[in-house]
Design a protein around this ligand. Structure first.
Ligand code: KG4
Ligand code: ZN
Length: 340
């Protein structure tokens, strides 16, 4: 079975072809067209500009994806229908519907957050349940318990900014540009993570919720009280490292606590912030050290950020018979919940 995936929920246009065979999943193509250069000038994603770029890029992406995959027979079209920016989602959803109609193929709408979680199954189709997924992206920070495929129990989530959003905002206030995650992690490598004593918000609360806006504000106050002449490269590296470590401490602590409480067999990491090397290393090490007989999975870095192969991965694990889905029922929903 081969699925064509389409992802346009934010600022990446992506089309993928993924095939399932006896050994697992084979990514035949996974074309991603990034709009970073366009949005960087505005310090963040401008929704209408993103939609315009998706419209320009989606057809060339499809052509390239089909060519790289050597034009396979397609059994199903899977498209991200939420959550995300509505102008962006509408481009992908309407493009997918037009393809489904003209090619006479079934179509299914896929939740973007589930896509991030299922990126883990592309590498390893035999992940054992129960699974605890830490989803950390630009729009979401969630701890999700899965007892079986396509079943999600939200244990906790951020009450304000998402982890990736905090990386982006801190980078902006340090004058590092957009997107902040990759730049903060690069600068943090050269900094001292103990230099500034930043808060670890909500770390001692009993629940599994997060909060990152106070951490960002703490960075802002530190920077404001500093003599501007002393804000040099080393100061920025130290601040980036201290902020990154504070965010990682909270993410790792709460994930380990939830994994113990729910006695999971696997901890999986996903979402754009999962591309962060320190988070990858520290969570992996802590799972190994503190949890007996629990495995740890994370997607390869290029499958952490938005891409359409992860959307195909969700479609392969749907319980409902896909042939019964009609293109009329697939609609964009910017607030789509994990359970729909
Ligand atoms: O999952 P994603 O591609 O898009 C959303 O669904 O939001 O995540 C994008 C987010 C951005 O906030 C970006 O700054 C962050 O992921 N990110 C990182 C890294 N690479 C991307 N954050 C920390 N470290 C990184 N290396
Ligand atoms: Zn995403």
């Amino acid at each position: 079975m081969t699925i064509l995936g389409i992802e346009t929920s934010c600022d990446d246009t992506s089309i993928a072809l993924v095939k399932k065979n006896a050994e697992g999943f084979k990514i035949l193509s996974n074309v991603v067209s990034s709009q970073i250069k366009i949005h960087a000038a505005y310090g963040g994603v401008v929704p209408n500009l993103a939609a315009r770029e998706h419209l320009k890029n989606i057809e060339p992406c499809l052509k390239q994806a089909l060519k790289e995959a050597k034009n396979p027979d397609i059994d199903l079209i899977a498209v991200t229908n939420g959550p995300g920016l509505i102008p962006s989602l509408l481009v992908g959803v309407n493009f997918a519907k037009a393809l489904a109609y003209s090619w006479q193929k079934p179509i299914i709408g896929i939740n973007h957050v589930k896509g991030h979680i299922y990126a883990n199954w592309l590498d390893n189709p035999k992940i054992e349940f129960p699974v605890l997924a830490l989803v950390v992206s630009g729009g979401h920070t969630q701890l999700v318990l899965m007892k079986e495929h396509d079943q999600y129990n939200l244990l906790g989530e951020t009450r304000d900014d998402a982890a990736g959003e905090a990386f982006d905002k801190v980078a902006k206030l340090l004058g590092l540009g957009y997107p902040g995650g990759p730049i903060i992690s690069e600068r943090a490598e050269k900094g001292d993570s103990q230099k500034f004593n930043l808060p670890r918000p909500m770390i001692h609360r009993q629940n599994f919720d997060f909060s990152f806006s106070g951490l960002k504000t703490a960075v802002l106050y530190e920077v404001k009280k500093q003599n501007p002449e002393k804000i040099n490269d080393q100061y920025i590296n130290d601040m980036a490292a201290s902020f990154q470590q504070a965010a990682i401490d909270v993410l790792v602590y709460k994930t380990i606590k939830a994994a113990k409480e729910y006695r999971v067999k696997n901890v999986i990491l996903s979402g754009g912030v999962a591309a962060n090397k320190e988070l990858r290393n520290q969570l992996q090490k802590t799972v190994k050290k503190e949890l007996n007989n629990v495995d740890f999975q994370m997607p390869e870095i290029k499958l952490c950020t938005d891409n359409a192969a992860m959307i195909c991965a969700v479609a392969f694990h749907k319980k409902k018979p896909i042939s019964k889905q009609s293109w009329l029922n697939v609609n964009a929903n910017s607030n789509l919940k994990l359970f729909t």
